[in-house]
Design a protein around this ligand. Structure first.
Ligand code: ATP
Length: 291
């Protein structure tokens, strides 16, 4: 009974500047062998966000690698869209960066530093996660946004809400930012929850962003608002997107087609269409209706 609670506490402590998603907590508790600071780990400096996977091999079960000798370099500020068939390993690639799991061979560096040499708190404090399931707690909207950075000022919270396209909603509520959400308060829609998560990350202001795009349908207006907020959020940050939507994929600096064999091809949307390879086939199969 106590172990999982201890683990939640340990995880919360490693996210002093906020955590956008809760699913990773649950994943961590369910499947994760202990990941801890190395004895000689040091706090990472303020990162620029040059991410490198060097010959990374990883699997969840012995003898069944999901990633084999994967290499990938992402420049500071670059947006990469990961596309590919279900189960190919897109989420897995993203889970390795905040060290929800450790690689079995190879290494991952940020700004040239092996992430296992950094303290977990200093690593995870510089990676913003926007996931499909948003973790909200019973409390005010203000408290839920400020979870992204506990010492944020009123002006900073309002600015984050505005950039996340939440200001109209807040203006409509009688108690504004102090409106309670959760069981005893206002029930937020899926799109509003996502914008709240985005506001947290604006406050957190991390150099690196991992975006697990929602697959569930939202109405067009909400979808557009979220899309705009997310592309603003990605500006100037190294961003890995697990992409399901055409718009995000087209806006990415580079698209990586991930298959069970690894990175099958990479390039811009136009380049990959012209290459007439796996991306084009995937695009025609998956996105025919959307385009
Ligand atoms: P999707 O588009 O469906 O999200 P994906 O490309 O993100 O797929 P992953 O979720 O990374 O793929 O999964 C890669 C492989 O690893 C799959 O075979 C999956 O079943 C397996 N896998 C993923 N997470 C776990 C886990 N926590 N424990 C065991 N196996 C897992």
């Amino acid at each position: 009974f106590y172990r999982p609670l201890e683990k939640i506490n340990a995880v919360i402590e490693t996210y002093p500047r906020g955590l956008a998603g809760f699913r990773s907590f649950l994943e961590l508790m369910a499947t994760e062998p202990d990941i801890a600071d190395a004895p000689d780990a040091v706090p990472a400096p303020a990162l620029r966000g040059a991410v490198r996977f060097e010959g990374v091999t990883f699997g969840y079960a012995p003898g069944r690698p999901v990633l084999r000798d994967l290499s990938l370099a992402v420049a500071p500020g670059e947006t990469i869209a990961l596309v590919g068939p279900s189960g190919a390993g897109k989420t897995t690639i993203c889970s390795l960066l905040p060290r929800f799991y450790d690689v079995q061979a190879g290494r991952i560096t940020i700004d040239g530093i092996d992430i296992r040499r950094m303290t977990l708190a200093s690593l995870r404090g510089q990676i913003g996660l926007v996931q499909q399931d948003v973790f909200l707690f019973a409390g005010s909207i203000r408290q839920n946004i400020a979870y992204g950075r506990l010492d944020a000022t009123e002006a900073e919270i309002r600015d984050a809400a505005r950039r996340a396209r939440l200001d109209a909603l807040i203006a409509d509520l009688p108690e504004g930012l102090d409106t309670l959400i959760g069981e005893r308060g206002v029930k937020l829609s899926g799109g509003q929850k996502q914008r709240l998560a985005i506001a947290r990350i604006f406050l957190m202001n991390p150099p690196i962003l991992i975006l697990d795009e929602a697959t569930s349908a939202l109405d067009t207006e909400t979808e557009r608002a979220i899309q705009q907020a997310l592309s603003e959020l990605a500006q100037g940050r190294t961003t890995l997107v697990i992409a399901h939507r055409l718009a995000t994929i087209r806006d990415a600096d580079r698209i990586l087609v991930v298959t069970e064999q690894g990175i099958a091809e990479q390039g811009s949307h136009q380049e990959l269409l012209a290459a007439n390879g796996p991306y084009r086939r995937l695009h025609e199969a998956q996105f025919a209706e959307a385009s």
